[in-house]
Design a binder for this molecule. Structure first.
Ligand code: HEM
Length: 342
């Protein structure tokens, strides 16, 4: 299309062969490409797919803000018809993304987060009990595994509305399938690379975004949970409740009572598959990101004891001001802790 392209392209693989071979992560490749030029924008190939790498901050601002309406699609694989879990917020495009995004935005208000906070605290107490026992015995910890189990508990609870304890039961279904979704095996690597670099080929080859057992697990748990809540009139302060509300009423109030109002089947504005896709992406996008962030943060704190002590002192001081209770407001005051996480 007349754009300059970086040298070093390899037939079929473009500039990302080392990623395809499992040797380098995509972010490292993009960073290297970014540093190879001083052009405001330049082309490269992800497999056969041409990508425009934007370097100029002013252009980036235009794309992400001013002219966003022309650039809203991520351009990744989505195939709602044959692969129901692919129809989620990260992959959907055009009007469908825009509509769903607008409807789901109220689920991210601080009011909704506050509503879910007691769930986070309950998961935190569970984690604390576990760590206390290990600390008493001065045992070594596998922080990555502990962070993954804790993140699993939190996301299973807020996203699917199901209480699990992956800390004491490492083989609980959510942990088992979470591990499966992210295990760096050939199938997952291929899925991920096709999803972003060759979405049409993925559709053509009927490759789904998750393996069959993960798909069955997510679809069945969402169906069971929905039936259970509707039949027993059960409500919970969680993301799943907001999806039920959206399905039945077509909207989510930014701050209001979340109820299980039922509506006729033909009045539903969200299908069970659409609900499952959103629950799935909340699990997939929320689990690995937050668990890795937590694990890296704890690792860095262990390597920097003086920073760890400052974070510890801040937590103690703020909690004392809040009567020893972990509340949403107390956590918001922990600025140094937030800096450590960032
Ligand atoms: C450290 C934690 C996290 C990081 C680093 C992270 C990173 C990102 C990034 C880079 C994007 C793409 C933004 C864009 O294209 O403009 C994104 C989108 C998204 N993330 Fe996260 N995320 C995190 C946690 C979570 C959690 C906990 C959830 C849900 C429970 C979540 C759900 C989503 C969703 C649904 C989108 C798509 C939003 C849309 O298209 O409207 N993420 N995230």
């Amino acid at each position: 299309m007349g754009f300059k392209t970086l040298p070093g392209t390899v037939y079929l693989f473009g500039h990302i062969k080392s990623n395809f071979m499992g040797k380098e992560m995509m972010a490292i490749i993009v960073k290297r490409l970014y540093e190879k030029t001083s052009e405001p924008f330049i082309g490269f190939y992800a497999l056969m797919r041409p990508i425009l790498l934007i370097r100029d901050p002013e252009l980036i601002r235009h794309i992400l803000i001013k002219d966003f309406s022309h650039f809203q699609d991520r351009g990744v694989y989505v195939n709602e018809k044959d692969d129901p879990l692919s129809g989620h917020l990260v992959a959907l495009a055009g009007e469908k993304w825009k509509g769903l995004r607008a409807k789901l935005t109220p689920t991210f208000t601080s009011g909704k987060l506050k509503g879910m906070f007691s769930t986070l605290v309950a998961c935190g107490s569970n984690l604390q009990n576990y760590l206390d026992k290990l600390a008493e015995k001065s045992e070594l910890l596998d922080v990555q595994e502990i962070a993954a189990s804790h993140a699993t508990n939190v996301i299973a609870s807020v996203s699917f509305g199901i209480d699990v304890d992956a800390i004491t039961d490492p083989n609980t279904d959510f942990r088992k399938y979470g591990r499966k979704m992210f295990s760096p095996n050939i199938q997952n690597s291929l899925r991920l690379i096709l999803l972003t670099c060759a979405p049409k080929l993925m559709k053509f080859l009927h490759i789904k975004c998750v393996s069959a057992d993960v798909e069955n697990f997510v679809l069945s748990i969402v169906k069971q949970n929905l039936e259970y809540r509707e039949m027993n009139n059960v409500t919970r302060n969680d993301f799943f409740q907001l999806l039920i509300q959206l399905r039945n009423t077509g909207s989510v109030e930014s701050d209001g009572h979340d109820s299980t109002i039922k509506s006729n089947e033909n009045q539903k504005t969200l299908t069970v598959n659409e609900m499952a896709a959103q629950s799935y992406i909340f699990f997939a996008a929320g689990f690995e990101t937050s668990s890795s962030t937590l694990a890296f943060c704890l690792f860095e704190l262990a390597r920097n004891p003086e920073i760890q002590n400052r974070a510890f002192d801040e937590i103690s001081r703020v909690l004392e001001d809040h009567g020893g209770e972990i509340t949403y407001d107390a956590v918001s005051e922990m600025k140094f802790l937030e800096q450590c996480i960032d």
